[in-house]
Design a protein around this ligand. Structure first.
Ligand SMILES: [Zn+2]
Length: 406
């Protein structure tokens, strides 16, 4: 598969300043890692078979999810919880994984005298439930209902405004106590959610190789290499998986997006950070018209923007060919390639600038790129994600070899 044979070398970024990522720490400094959930139960009908494991963690669970998930899952989750005489209550995280929702949920947890939080749903429902459990110092069970993110695995929550604009992320002190990956449940989600999950998981390689590709740290090297393995699995199996939901290839791709993507975040820890793809996502969340696009769809588009920046500002030919390969892969599986594909074909120049300025704010992970980026340059990259690869030419019009400094 030619697509997976490119960009396999770890970029040399010895000139990059890693001080902000803590890479210059003395080797004896204390390392705190949350690598994985304490237990993962995975399989067909996994939810029905998890009742004992849930009951070991608490007797009075508060189930946190979105309105629709809670309504449709009552029939499925209720018998599971009642089997062990668990006294449960449920609460919605709507309107978003926001500070207002969290304070309402804290009251719900207190009034139910909850001793366990169960998060069920997509990334935002799980992020809310994890942060609620952390704040209430209660154990947490995550039950993903789609393959759209690795939120069921990670010790991280993203906080948004009530309107859905990304605000900041919070590191939690451990990964969930129990993750239940029920393939039957995941299979009921729209296909589009798994496609988005593939986009989010692919970003691990394109971002980790830039932020941490030259790290000498054993666990970071391991995380970056796992990100490459993850990318290759997705390149090889995604098209088959999407053709036949429930098949072996489909299950492997679900494992890749929900579990292996989480392993990389866990192993890499705070040093193995996101770069421009997620920064572009974060900027786009501030445009109301971007709210219909899923997290992983915006991130997938953000990967193309990141590669375009490397191409435009660094003359990086490797990035140019990686972008062409991704465009081919995206059209095979249906990931968005342009602002138009994200439903943003009619945004104004002012809106584009706003998203670019937020993505370039001083604390943004976009500044982990090994060169400076300003909003004008980012805007140019955002509108040219599908442009054909330009050949570098000398002033005389001769093609020159570009030395790859990355
Ligand atoms: Zn993501």
């Amino acid at each position: 598969m030619t697509i997976s044979q490119q960009r396999d070398d770890i970029p040399d970024q010895s000139s990059t300043d890693f001080s902000a990522t803590g890479m210059n720490q003395a080797p004896t400094s204390l390392l705190s890692l949350s690598v994985a959930p304490a237990q993962v139960l995975r399989g067909n009908q996994a939810l029905e078979q998890s009742v004992d494991a849930i009951a070991r963690l608490g007797k009075r669970p508060l189930v946190v999810g979105g309105d629709r998930t809670l309504a449709s899952l009552t029939s499925k989750l209720k018998p599971v919880l009642e089997q062990q005489q668990l006294s449960y209550s449920s609460a919605s995280y709507t309107p978003d994984c926001s500070e207002a929702s969290l304070s309402a949920l804290k009251e719900a947890a207190a009034s139910h005298q909850a001793d366990l939080i169960i998060g069920i749903g997509g990334g935002k429902a799980l992020d809310t439930a994890k942060l609620l459990a952390y704040q209430c110092q209660l154990p947490i069970v995550t039950i993903p209902t789609s393959g759209a993110t690795c939120a069921a695995w990670t010790a991280l929550s993203n906080i948004y405004s009530d309107e859905g604009a990304f605000l900041y992320d919070v590191s939690l002190n451990h990964c969930p106590d129990l993750l239940i990956l029920d393939y039957n449940l995941i299979q009921t989600a729209p296909q589009r959610t798994l496609i988005a999950g593939i986009g989010d998981a692919l970003a691990k390689w394109y971002e980790a190789s830039v932020s941490s590709g030259s790290s000498p740290v054993t666990l970071i090297i391991a995380a970056v290499q796992q990100a490459r393995v993850l990318r290759d699995i997705l390149f090889q199996k995604s098209a088959d998986a999407l053709k036949e939901p429930g098949s072996e290839a489909w299950r492997e791709v679900v494992d890749a997006t929900v579990l292996l993507a989480g392993v990389i975040g866990g192993l890499g820890g705070a040093q193995c950070r996101t770069v421009a793809a997620h920064a572009v996502h974060n900027g786009l969340t501030h445009l109301p018209s971007a709210h219909d696009a899923l997290h992983g769809e915006k991130v997938a588009y953000g990967i193309l923007v990141q590669l375009r920046l490397e191409e435009m500002l660094q003359g990086n030919q490797l990035a140019a060919s990686a972008r062409q390969q991704l465009l081919k892969f995206y059209s095979e599986i249906g990931l968005p390639q342009t602002l138009e594909d994200l439903g943003l074909g009619n945004i104004t120049l002012a809106e584009l600038r706003k998203a670019a300025e937020i993505a370039c704010n001083p604390n943004s992970d976009i500044h982990r790129l090994p060169f400076e980026v300003v909003p004008d340059q980012l805007m140019a990259a955002m509108v040219s994600t599908t442009t054909p690869v330009e050949k570098s030419r000398s002033p005389l019009g001769l093609t020159v070899a570009v030395t790859d400094s990355q």
